[in-house]
Design a protein around this ligand. Structure first.
Ligand SMILES: *Cc1c(COP(=O)(O)O)cnc(C)c1O
Length: 381
């Protein structure tokens, strides 16, 4: 027997109460029983999104909510800024172009945060720009973009701020209403501690106004239709009943812990992981603006990152993520979001130390673990 541990930036581990809720016999979705589950879930979602707005619940992976944000708010030919600092930023550009928008893409070096002066420059030079699309946490590089600063730039203009908060909502403070975010999207398999299959989107009043005149083709992801159904505690099409039943339990856990404490936990785990990897002499991928969702580090010279990730997963039983595109085989991403706590970090770091020694990169056992413990212990009286 070999116990398995999931420490990838999505899907993330699912707590027992959510698993048990999802194991219940399926109920019909057009019933008062399901409507009550849905109502409670939708209410709890507002708390986690830190908004007074409705949070739409879609049966899709996170990308569905990204695509819906583009098609429901813009028209072909509209000009937008897309921040491409990794795989997910690139996706904003691809979706925009697929629907005939004109994307002014800001290419950001992987691991870096976007320079807000570049956003200002583009907005000033192109007054017709109607939207800025960015990741709050670019999971592929583990960097966080300065969403609050960008919101200061879009607030005073006729321009929406659309934020992919897929590994940010429920990880760090990103109060939608207070910051002035116009669209915030997320997905179930990250900090929401659920299997993949649900996408979420919340829109500001300003965004709903854009929706009225947007002409991009759309059918399944019709936000207006979903909002109307949400008022009746249902969805336009068959909802993912079991996932929503699980979501209610996962959201209850977040509410019980309190968002403030959820953010503190993620911060502590992220700092411990950074300290541990630094103690092991690993170079951080996003040292200046790291996200609290995951920590990316370069693997040491002479170690094949692809083989390392595979060894950790198949032999040691610990699933972490490697790199994509030009970082393939070069980095390791240790996730610390969702249903994770102190000893998940110990497992991650201890397994890395063991794998390094196996791969001929000699490290003293406990060097990284000890550095992590110094910070992790802050979580206990
Ligand atoms: C996981 C993730 C997505 C969504 O990917 P799906 O596979 O469609 O769920 C989008 N953006 C970020 C930042 C992510 O981490």
């Amino acid at each position: 027997m070999r116990k398995k541990y999931l420490l990838a930036p999505g899907p993330t581990p699912v707590p027992e109460s959510a698993l048990l809720a999802m194991a219940q016999p399926i109920i019909h979705h057009r019933t008062p029983q399901f409507s009550e589950v849905f109502r409670e879930t939708a209410e709890l979602l507002k708390y986690v999104f830190q908004t007074r707005q409705d949070v739409l619940i879609l049966a899709a992976s996170g990308t569905g909510a990204m695509e819906g944000s583009v098609t429901n708010l813009f028209s072909p030919g509209d000009e937008v800024i897309t921040v491409n600092g990794g795989k997910f930023g690139e996706r904003w550009t691809k979706i925009s172009e697929a629907y005939g928008l004109k994307a002014h893409e800001i290419k950001v070096e992987w691991g870096k945060a976007v320079d807000t002066r570049e956003v200002t420059r583009l907005l000033d030079a192109n007054p017709k720009i109607k939207g800025v699309m960015v990741q709050a946490s670019e999971t592929s590089t583990t960097a966080a973009h300065p969403v609050k600063e960008i919101a200061e730039l879009t607030k005073g203009r006729d321009c929406l701020l659309i934020v992919d908060g897929i590994t940010a909502v429920g990880v760090f403070d990103l109060s939608m209403d207070d910051c002035g975010i116009d669209v915030l999207v997320s997905g179930s398999q990250k900090a929401f501690m659920l299997p993949p299959g649900l996408a979420f989107a919340a829109l500001s009043e300003r965004a709903w106004k854009f929706q009225e005149t947007a002409k991009c083709p759309r059918f399944y992801f019709d936000f207006k239709k979903e909002r109307k159904n949400l008022k009746d505690n249902t969805t336009a099409y068959t909802p993912a009943v079991s996932l929503i039943t699980g979501l209610r339990e996962a959201l209850k856990l977040i509410k019980e812990e309190g968002l403030e404490n959820v953010f503190k936990r993620h911060d502590r785990l992220a700092r411990a992981t950074r300290a541990a990897t630094a103690a092991l002499g690993l170079k951080a991928l996003a040292p200046e603006s790291p996200s609290n969702a995951a920590t990316g580090v370069f693997v040491p010279e002479g170690v094949d990152g692809g083989k390392l990730v595979k060894y950790l997963r198949d032999e040691v039983g610990v699933t972490m993520a490697g790199g994509q595109d030009h970082l393939k085989g070069k980095i390791l991403r240790i996730a610390h979001l969702g249903y994770v706590d102190t000893f998940d970090i110990i497992i991650a770091i201890a397994s890395i130390e063991m794998a390094f020694n196996k791969f001929g990169h000699k490290v003293r056992y406990g060097k990284g673990v000890g550095a992590a413990q110094e910070i992790l212990s802050e979580g206990y009286k």
